[in-house]
Design a protein around this ligand. Structure first.
Ligand code: NAP
Length: 255
């Protein structure tokens, strides 16, 4: 029997990049996966098609996290999709992966209130509300993973707004862990370092060389390498880990 046979999962931002990798990996382990996206319906459908081609089951749910009513819309879609595919709305695994990321270059002197609001709305407020409202679907023994970033543990001033919001996300992990423990629900942070998410910058050898220098392994991470770690943290084998920060940066934070 596969590790996640008869389990279900929601991965936010699963149309592309790391989220797609996590969705593929959880489905490979046997979970039925809800694939959330914001704009790119074709990519979300491609994630589902890749899962189905490999023998798994998945469905897409559009919801633009950070916007009013998005969490409710997402959960309505998740309830409907899971009930159709499994006969129940039980959600065993929640992966908060979607993020506002495109603010490199907005350093301390140029960050605007709008950038801060956007970062906090998508990267911290939406995951908190999603956990709060999804808990009625999550059974005892469920698993929640918040995808943060190594940038909360090393200074990158040009990413200050993003880093502030990811630090807030990590606080959700910490402060929710004792609240969820009586139900044997784990909640953990997984923090990737620079990971090839298919962005064109990863086709630029000079940029890749600079990014690679940050990791102890002197290369950028692959989506599957982060997904493997998330799949473990989201499994029952990791039931004794909660409230923790899992470094998935390939040794970027070693100093
Ligand atoms: P990505 O390739 O840019 O993909 C972002 C995904 O999130 C897409 O599926 C996108 O959907 C979705 N999304 C964006 N805004 C959303 C919103 N408001 N509501 C719902 N979905 C939304 O991102 P990534 O690089 O894989 O990053 C995934 C996670 O890892 C993020 O939490 C990021 O902070 C973290 N991380 C990434 C790296 C890295 O180097 N890649 C490093 C550290 C941490 P659409 O396709 O519809 O736009």
């Amino acid at each position: 029997m596969s590790r996640l046979e008869n389990r279900t999962a929601l991965v936010t931002g699963a149309s592309r990049g790391i989220g797609r990798g996590i969705a593929l990996r959880l489905a490979q382990d046997g979970a039925v996966v809800a694939v959330n996206y914001t704009n790119n319906e074709a990519a979300a459908k491609e994630t589902v098609a890749l899962i189905e081609e490999a023998g798994g089951r998945a469905f897409t749910v559009q919801a633009s996290l950070g916007e009013a009513g998005a969490v409710e819309k997402l959960l309505d879609g998740v309830r409907a999709g899971l009930t159709e595919l499994t006969g129940s709305a039980t959600l065993d695994i929640l992966i908060n992966n979607a993020a506002a990321t495109g603010f490199a270059g907005a350093g301390p002197s140029s960050v605007t209130e709008e950038i801060l609001d956007n970062c906090y709305a998508i990267n911290a407020k939406a995951p908190f509300l999603l956990i709060q409202k999804a808990l009625e679907l999550i059974p005892d023994g469920g698993h929640i993973v918040n995808i943060s970033s190594g940038v909360t543990h090393a200074a990158f001033p040009i990413q200050i707004a993003y880093a502030m919001s990811k630090a807030a996300l990590e606080q959700i992990t910490l402060h929710m862990a004792p609240v969820l423990a009586p139900r044997n629900i784990t909640i953990n942070t997984v923090a990737p370092g620079i990971t090839n998410n298919g962005d064109p910058v990863f086709d630029n050898p000079e940029a890749v060389e600079q990014m690679s220098a940050l990791s102890a392994f002197k290369r950028v991470g692959e989506v599957s390498e982060v997904a493997d770690i998330v799949a473990f943290v989201a499994s029952d084998e990791a039931r004794w880990i909660t409230g923790s920060f899992v470094d998935a940066t390939g040794g970027t934070l070693l100093g």
